[in-house]
Design a protein around this ligand. Structure first.
Ligand code: F6P
Length: 500
């Protein structure tokens, strides 16, 4: 993308949001897309015909279409690691060889689940899933969203190396009736392996004669799991070309498939596949992930927005902001291009958020009247996730829609403390219901939006070298003690860890 493209966009005089509706009776139709049980409303953003055509031209320039084909066909789209990114193959929409391989591995996962259901691992009531980052956030989100009433097992996800997390998770578990799923793409992540060892110890102390027999491994490096002690029959491998934060769709999704049932897992994959087909084939100006990326780029690159906020107006989706933080920030939080040159622009904005209506009573003051411009995203469901009076759900949705309207419309007052400038952008994603299918489509929407953002900026969204230095220094401290570090770090180590 040339600098002049960006300069043109930066110089765009954006009309006020309300006037965009006044001048274009078709605006809602133009800026909304409905698919896979989700209604995407981008009409309360500043995207207008001029911006849309400018961004569409940019997408042509950077060959977004060819980049999508490269992604779906299994070409090397992660050049720094020399890999494809085959998460779409897990939902049946990627390159045929990878799709066939994914099916084989899914069948293997299903057989193990059937065997567990049939009692092959003894009486099972609990599933302790241990992983971190992409090996935990997806299962945690899905189980929290969909496992409230229908879960077939008591599934808990532990990620933090703080032993308090494991203590809390096992509090309601009987070690004799627990399966431990150790989820790690690399099977080298120190937090995960330490938690797995402690879970093993907990089982031993609880009187389980052969704890290894209750362990399952979910990994792209099966040989490492076997070396760790897990029998090959309970190792569920996945394709190395599936990135950690894109791995919910392969064996990392094991606790979801086990906890919610295979049918639900298939619905999840199909929801994501519907979004894949849409992203791959829908024209640019009807393409939900692409248009959402245009809005992201406009605010981050041209309006100086350093953050974007995501609020789930549905308790079932309360972990969505956490999930998106890794997806968006680990993918696009980079200052070099895929070719290794300096980016020269802003990288991904900071993603943050929470749950509505709670957040209205905490952070919305700043969103309405603060000096930062922060694009807001609302996610809600038409259908409630509880049996209480419909007044609850009505209040939830009314509040959600009111916030979007208030941000945009504002209200003027001569008393500046009571003045709302308005003209603040938001997007709203309205699900028919929170089901495996809609959540699958929703997550795939965010994956593709992240990819489209990356392509437009020239970033490789599939590596994450920024996390390595901290890991290395932690290892060095563990091996070498307090010496050899800066005085502040040395003093902290000495104060809290003594001689190690
Ligand atoms: O530290 C970052 C990271 O590599 C993530 O990208 C990944 O999801 C997480 O760690 C866990 O890695 P693994 O699945 O290999 O244990």
């Amino acid at each position: 993308m040339t600098d002049s493209n960006w300069a043109q966009l930066e110089n765009h005089k954006a009309p006020a949001l309300l006037s965009l509706f006044e001048s274009d009776a078709e605006r809602v139709a133009k800026l909304t897309v409905e698919l896979a049980g989700i209604y995407f409303d981008l009409s309360k953003t500043h995207l207008d015909d001029a911006l849309l055509s400018e961004f569409s031209a940019m997408a042509e320039n950077v060959q977004l279409g060819a980049a999508k084909e490269a992604l779906f066909s299994g070409a090397i789209v992660n050049p720094t690691e020399g890999r494809a990114a085959e998460h779409t193959a897990e939902r049946g929409t990627g390159n045929p060889d990878a799709v066939a391989h994914a099916r084989e591995l899914h069948n293997r996962m299903r057989s193990l689940i059937d065997a567990i259901d049939a009692g092959a691992l003894g009486e099972v009531e609990h599933v302790l899933h241990i992983g971190i980052g992409g090996s935990a956030l997806g299962p945690k989100l899905l189980i929290d969203a969909l496992g409230r009433e229908d879960a077939r097992y008591n599934v808990k996800v532990v990620s933090n190396v703080d032993g308090a997390a494991l203590t809390e998770a096992i509090a309601t578990m009987d070690p004799h009736k627990t399966i431990v799923a150790v989820a790690s793409k690399t099977f080298t992540t120190t937090e995960t392996l330490l938690n797995a060892s402690s879970a093993m110890e907990w089982m031993r102390k609880g009187g389980v004669a052969d704890p290894y027999a209750q362990f399952v491994a979910l990994t792209a490096y099966p040989e490492k799991a076997i070396e760790w002690g897990i029998d090959e029959s309970r190792v569920l491998p996945f394709n190395e070309a599936v990135g950690g934060r894109y791995s919910l769709w392969c064996s990392i999704g094991f606790p979801v498939a086990l906890g919610l049932g295979w049918g639900a897992y298939e619905e999840l994959l199909e929801g994501a596949a519907a979004m894949d087909r849409h992203f791959r084939t829908a024209p640019t100006l009807e393409n939900a992930p692409t248009m959402a990326a245009f809005a992201d780029l406009y605010y981050a690159q041209c309006r100086g927005c350093e953050t974007r906020a995501v609020f789930a107006y549905d308790e079932r989706l309360r972990l969505l902001p956490d999930y998106l933080q890794q997806l968006e920030m680990e993918s696009n939080g980079k200052s070099v291009t895929a070719q290794g040159a300096r980016l020269g622009r802003h990288s991904s904005p900071v993603t943050w958020g929470g749950v509505g209506t709670d957040a209205q009573h905490a952070v919305f003051q700043l969103l309405h009247q603060g000096t930062h411009l922060i694009p807001v995203e609302f996610i809600a469901s038409k259908t409630p996730g509880h049996d209480f009076d419909t007044a609850h759900h009505e209040a939830l949705l009314v509040n959600c829609f009111a916030q979007g309207a208030a941000l945009m419309t504002g209200r003027s007052s001569d008393d500046l403390a009571r003045n709302y400038e308005g003209n603040r952008p938001s997007t709203t994603l309205l699900l028919d219901d929170v089901t495996p299918g809609t959540v699958g489509a929703l997550i795939a929407f965010y994956e593709h939006r992240t990819f489209a953002n990356a392509v437009m900026l020239g970033i490789n969204p599939f590596d994450q070298f920024g996390v390595e230095l901290g890991k290395q220094i932690a290892k060095d401290i563990g091996e070498n003690g307090p010496s050899g570090f800066d005085p502040s770090t040395t003093a902290l180590i000495e104060a809290a860890l003594g001689e190690l």
